[in-house]
Design a protein around this ligand. Structure first.
Ligand code: SF4
Length: 316
């Protein structure tokens, strides 16, 4: 048997193992591009740690840019996180106003997922390839019977493949279910304004939800549904390796930090999630119903801005 045939056989056997572990879509090894090797190696490591039995994959992300709500691809912008655009006009926005900002908080250990990432960091190509596999798996996921029978489509996530900051929400709503992108409805527009108020651009951060499918009638996701989808989220974050994760609301907190503590009691401090710093704040949907909470969210975002080295606007 030639080296090539040996490698093909090894890959085929590995993929069959993944299938037995629960992956529902496997690429044909005859057409497997060479640059998928790293992604497969990462999957293999996860399989060895048992994660793959519950972890599937997510949405395709453009190689050089971020998807817009219309599905077009924007040119990859320079990250304002590494080089804030002084000319960027801080968007108008949320009626949030600067107020008291707590001193930089220490990082609290979380009840789940603390420590470091389990696998080696992937390069951009391997990340995209892994996401293609994950996306196919999510699209075929039937774990939540009530949800998957009524969804229009799954909603993977959107943003750069190597983000500094991730915003994690609850679940797709009607608009997201229709467009296939997270946070595109009224709450999404508010999130965009919050991001802009932080001197960032939406396309510079990664946005995802704890659930990849819309619960019927926009009801709150059930605990078992959050648990069902958590492996997808975990794989996404493990691949993206953000330095900061913003948990928007209690469902994101439950998925990521495994806590049922009210959001109000978790604000103002960082939690550790595999080396990433997690900050908890209210979901934009909550802000649409509770105007006063915008001030609290703005306080939380100022904490993050200071961490990112972004100057916080003086209170007028
Ligand atoms: S919400 Fe997540 S776990 Fe449930 S059916 Fe959709 S993709 Fe699968």
């Amino acid at each position: 048997m030639s080296d090539r045939e040996s490698i093909q056989l090894a890959i085929q056997q590995t993929l069959e193992n993944y299938q037995r572990c629960g992956l529902s879509w496997i690429p044909n090894s005859d057409t497997l591009p060479d640059d998928w090797t790293e992604a497969l190696t990462a999957l293999e490591r996860r399989s060895a740690t048992g994660d793959v039995t519950t972890q599937p994959s997510s949405p395709a992300i453009p190689a050089t840019g971020a998807q817009t709500s219309t599905g077009s691809t924007r040119p990859s912008p320079a990250s304002p996180l590494t080089a804030p655009q002084s000319s960027t006009t801080p968007p108008s926005p949320t009626s949030v106003a600067a107020s008291h900002v707590p001193a930089a908080p220490s990082v609290q250990p979380s009840t789940a997922g603390s420590g470091q990432w389990d696998t080696e960091e992937l390069d951009d190509t391997a990340r995209r390839n892994l996401f293609q596999i994950l996306d196919q798996d999510i699209r075929g996921c039937q774990k939540c019977s009530e949800i998957c029978s009524r969804r229009q489509q799954t909603v993977f996530g959107v943003g750069p493949i190597r983000p500094t900051v991730c915003f994690m929400g609850e679940a797709p709503g009607a608009d997201e279910d229709k467009q296939g992108e997270p946070f595109v409805g009224r709450a999404g527009q508010l999130l965009t304004r919050i991001i802009s108020a932080m001197q960032l651009r939406r396309e510079d951060v990664y946005i995802l939800n704890a659930l990849k499918c819309r619960p019927p009638g926009n009801r709150t996701p059930l605990p078992n549904e959050i648990n069902n989808c958590q492996p997808f989220v975990e794989t996404q974050l493990e691949t993206l390796r953000p330095k900061y994760i913003v948990c928007l609301g209690s469902v994101a907190v439950r998925s990521l930090l495994k806590r049922d503590t009210p959001v109000g009691q978790l604000r103002g401090k960082f939690f550790d999630y595999r080396g990433a710093k997690v900050i908890v704040t209210y979901h934009p949907s909550y802000l649409l119903r509770n105007e006063d909470a915008k001030r609290l969210v703005w306080e939380d975002m100022q904490i993050l801005m200071r961490e990112l080295g972004i100057e916080v606007p003086k209170k007028k």
